[in-house]
Design a protein around this ligand. Structure first.
Ligand code: FES
Ligand code: FES
Length: 190
């Protein structure tokens, strides 16, 4: 779809847009200046997308646009038509359980206050799609565009590595030695 312009009650031009978010089609009427992040949060109620800086710096608002990470605070809703948008709410498995990146964050304690977390989850989801088996340095680079004020990043990097294993069908068993010391590949030694 499509964008069509009208004039709203305030005299400001508004546009009818059709957004596909997490596989669901939504028809909205928004001003041209409505940020995608605001449309997601305020018009669609998808408040998992967080807004920190609104300047493209922090990464908290990151969503997937056709599978690639994008700052929702740097996109207008009217520019987000004819693409598939995935927010953090769309990262669960079809049965509603945690997706692999979400599960990895839980298991590796990759969050504290959680404000930054949706942006990391979407960023890492896209990153692992591009590079399913990152080295430690590549895992660090993968999150280089996202800011976290709490964790010190170590457990987030561990979560990237854990998520990579989980996506391949591995598991993280209990055991000492750090957040990801006991991650095992499917069929591999435990
Ligand atoms: S809120 Fe979009 S990058 Fe910070
Ligand atoms: S967990 Fe608090 S900002 Fe990242």
């Amino acid at each position: 779809m499509t964008v069509s312009a009208q004039t709203g009650e305030t005299g400001e031009a508004v546009h009818d847009v059709r957004l596909r978010v997490n596989g669901v089609v939504h028809d909205l009427r928004v001003p041209a200046r409505r940020l995608l992040s605001d449309a997601l949060r305020h018009d669609l109620g998808l408040t998992g997308t967080h807004v920190g800086c609104e300047h493209g710096v922090c990464g908290a608002c990151t969503v997937l646009v056709d599978g690639r990470s994008a700052r929702a605070c740097l996109m207008f809703a009217v520019a987000a038509v004819e693409v598939d948008i995935t927010t953090v709410e769309g990262l669960t498995r079809p049965d509603g359980s945690l997706g692999p990146v979400q599960q990895a964050f839980s298991e590796c304690h990759g969050l504290q206050c959680g404000f930054c977390t949706p942006g990391f989850l979407t960023t890492i989801t896209a990153g692992l799609e591009e590079n399913p088996d990152p080295t430690h340095e590549e895992a660090r680079d993968m999150i280089g565009g996202n800011l976290c004020r709490c964790t010190g990043y170590q457990n987030i990097v561990a979560a990237v590595e854990c998520a990579a294993v989980l996506r391949r069908g591995g598991s993280r068993g209990p055991g000492p030695g750090g957040p990801h010391a006991s991650i095992t590949e499917a069929g591999g030694p435990s």
